[in-house]
Design a protein. Structure first.
Length: 364
C-alpha cells in the first residue's frame, strides 16, 4: 500500500452555542482535513483545527506545512513502514504540531486498514466504548447553571467548567453550579491559564473550605510557568492537571519528575499526532500518573483517532474530554466512531472506519 497523493480540504460545522474560554470564543468548527490516497484505492483521513492561541497553528500554516514540507516526503512511501513514516513527519520541520497530527492520524488510519483491523485493536485492543465529559463555557452564572443542568439531563456525568476570567466571579460560578448539580455529576475546573499561582491557591482553598468537591483543576497558570503550576499542586487538595504546559514526551518527563502536576492532558494537536501521544501515555504509565485525553474544537475525524487511543491505553488514560463532535450542530462524518452525547463507541470497521466526510471543500 503506497502513498500516491495527499489532498487537503476545509470542513466547517457551526457550533450549537459559542465555545467560550479564558483565551478565546469559537462559533464554528473550521478544520483542515487531510486525505492520503494510496495505490490500493484506500484513503486515510486526518484533521487539524487552527488553535493559534495554544499551538500557534493557523489554517494557512497548517496547509503550508503539509503541502510544502510534510507531503513531499511521504509520496511513494509504503504505509507498512508506519514508524519510519511518522519519523519523516516529525522531522519535516519544527513545531507545527497540528499539521503533523493531521497527517499522522491519516497514516495510522491507513496502517490499520492495511491490516484489516480497527485502529484501537492495532494499538493493543480494549473495550470499544468510553464516556466523555462536556464543556460548560464561561458565561453569566444563570446561563452556566442552566447549561450544566441541561447537560445532566442529556446523560452527562462529568462537567468541565471553564473559568479564568475574573477570580471572584469564578468562585461564585463554581459554587452555584456545585449547588445546582451536587451529587449528580463530577465537576472539573479548567482555568485555561487565566489565573496566577497565588490566585489559583486562593480560589481552590476558598472552594475546598466551602465544601465544593472538584475532580480536578486544569491548567490554572500560564503554560510556561511550571514553577507556578508546582506551587499550586503543592498547596491544594484538588488534583491539578497540566494541559498547555505539556506538548512533548520530554516535557511530560520533566513535569512528572518535578511533581508539578498530578494529571497530564494528552491532545493529539499538541503532541503532533499519535506516535508521541502513545509515548506520553507510556511515560505516564511508568510513573503511575493518570492521563486525560482531550481535543481542541475538532470534528469526529481527528477525535475518532483520540477515541481509539483512549480505548487502547485505558489503564493510563482514565479521563475523557472528547466533546468536540457533540458541540457541533451536526456530524459531517459517516462511519467510524459513533458519538451519542456522553457515550462514544467504536465500530469494528478497519482503520478509523470513516467512509465519507460531507460538506468538505477541497483545496486546489
Amino acid at each position: 500500500m503506497k502513498i500516491t497523493a495527499i489532498e487537503l480540504g476545509m470542513l466547517r460545522v457551526p457550533l450549537k452555542t459559542p465555545f467560550k474560554t479564558a483565551l478565546r470564543t469559537v462559533e464554528t468548527v473550521e478544520d483542515v482535513v487531510v486525505l492520503i490516497r494510496t495505490d490500493t484505492g484506500h484513503t486515510g483521513y486526518g484533521e487539524a483545527p487552527a488553535t493559534a492561541v495554544i499551538t500557534g497553528d493557523t489554517h494557512g500554516s497548517i496547509i503550508e506545512a503539509i503541502r510544502h514540507f510534510i507531503a513531499p516526503r511521504l509520496i511513494g512511501q509504503d504505509v507498512v513502514n508506519l514508524n519510519r513514516l511518522c519519523g519523516l513527519v516529525q522531522t519535516a520541520m519544527e513545531r507545527n504540531t497540528s499539521a503533523k497530527a493531521a497527517v499522522e492520524i491519516a497514516l495510522y488510519d491507513l496502517w490499520a486498514q492495511l491490516h484489516g483491523a480497527p485502529l484501537y485493536q492495532m494499538l493493543g485492543g480494549g473495550d470499544p466504548v468510553i464516556t466523555t465529559d462536556i464543556t460548560i463555557s464561561v458565561d453569566y452564572i444563570d446561563k452556566m447553571v442552566a447549561d450544566s443542568l441541561s447537560a445532566i439531563e442529556r446523560g452527562f456525568e462529568s462537567l468541565k467548567i471553564k473559568v479564568g476570567k475574573d477570580i471572584g466571579l469564578d468562585i461564585e460560578r463554581v459554587k452555584a453550579i456545585h449547588a445546582a448539580v451536587e451529587g449528580r455529576a463530577l465537576l472539573r475546573l479548567d482555568a485555561n491559564q487565566g489565573w496566577t499561582a497565588k490566585q489559583a491557591v486562593h480560589a481552590m482553598r476558598t472552594l475546598e473550605d466551602a465544601g465544593v468537591v472538584l475532580e480536578l483543576l486544569e491548567q490554572p497558570v500560564k503554560a510556561a510557568d511550571i514553577s507556578g503550576l508546582k506551587y499550586v499542586t503543592d498547596r491544594v487538595n484538588t488534583p491539578v492537571m497540566a494541559d498547555e504546559s505539556v506538548f512533548s514526551p520530554s516535557q511530560v518527563m520533566d513535569l512528572i519528575q518535578q511533581r508539578a502536576a498530578d494529571i497530564i492532558n494528552i491532545k493529539l494537536m499538541k503532541t503532533g499526532g499519535l506516535s508521541n501521544a502513545i509515548r506520553i501515555a507510556d511515560i505516564a504509565g511508568i510513573y503511575g500518573v493518570p492521563c486525560m485525553i482531550g481535543c481542541m474544537i475538532e470534528s469526529s475525524i481527528s477525535v475518532a483517532a483520540a477515541v481509539h487511543l483512549a480505548v487502547a491505553k485505558s489503564d493510563v488514560i482514565t479521563k475523557v474530554d472528547l466533546d468536540g463532535p457533540s458541540l457541533g450542530q451536526f456530524d459531517p462524518v459517516s462511519g467510524g466512531v459513533h458519538f451519542n452525547e456522553s457515550e462514544i463507541s467504536i465500530s469494528d470497521v478497519p482503520g478509523l472506519g470513516i467512509t465519507e466526510v460531507r460538506g468538505l471543500e477541497m483545496l486546489g
